[in-house]
Design a binder for this molecule. Structure first.
Ligand SMILES: [Mn+2]
Length: 237
């Protein structure tokens, strides 16, 4: 007998040259592996479309991608800011606002943790090395299926309890990071140089944000897969 799988929506990136939206297949595969039905959202800024999409989702993965425009956290564009994607911001910011009004679960990855932090009123470093000083290398060369730095999880925090460990070895492909943590988010983990790498939203049963890319590690790392299976389990409820 076939069992109905919870719908786990993936927010797409946008390629302005080809005028195409796209999602890395590794997100699709991670959701499948975790027992969810991956579902690609349209990059739409239409409020009614957004509301309909929010209703359709049982759970959500806010995916990686270009830098969020600093105006969304009340900052001016600095020289260190990377590639922007106004088309994506235009759809994803109102989508996230609408989604977060529900208590539905989410997993946010890389740009995702930055977006979530901003949606809860936090701010970002537009470039870690320029604004915070050089620490660990947070932009590792490929392959991304291996880790490159440690993360210390907050002892007895939500993620530490979920994964049953206090330390993780993670990959790292970012040059921005959370600066001031938004209200309603709890600090869950930092890289060994102090860069914030994990947050949890305290207003819902499952709202996990990580700066690394667990979708690249699910085949070999139980902790990475666990983040996705926990999202899917919560989305079933
Ligand atoms: Mn990192």
């Amino acid at each position: 007998m076939r069992t109905k799988k919870p719908v786990i929506a993936l927010y797409p990136s946008y390629d302005p040259e080809g005028k195409r939206q796209n999602v890395m297949m590794r997100y699709v595969h991670a959701v499948e592996r975790a027992g969810g039905a991956p579902f690609l959202l349209p990059l739409s800024a239409d409020e009614d479309v957004i509301e309909s999409m929010v209703e359709l989702c049982d759970g959500m993965v806010f995916t990686g991608g270009d830098d969020l425009h600093p105006r969304h956290y009340g900052a001016c564009l600095h020289e260190g800011c990377g590639d922007l994607c106004p088309e994506r911001d235009e759809g994803e910011v109102p989508f996230a606002r609408a989604y977060l009004k529900t208590k539905k679960p989410f997993l946010a990855v890389c740009r995702g943790i930055q977006l979530i932090n901003v949606m809860y009123g936090g701010t970002l470093y537009q470039d870690i090395n320029l604004e915070r000083g050089r620490g660990l290398t947070h932009r590792q060369p490929p392959p991304y299926t291996v880790g490159s730095h440690g993360v210390r999880l907050v002892k007895d925090g939500f993620i530490a309890r979920l994964l049953g460990k206090d330390e993780l070895w993670v990959n790292s492909m970012h040059h921005q990071a959370v600066k001031e943590i938004g209200k309603g988010l709890s600090l869950e983990g930092k890289a060994t140089d102090g860069v914030i790498e994990a947050l949890v939203a305290t207003d819902r049963p499952f709202g996990v944000s990580v700066q690394w890319h667990p979708e690249c590690l699910v085949a070999t790392d139980d902790a990475s897969l666990r983040l996705f299976t926990a999202l899917v389990e919560e989305a079933k409820k």
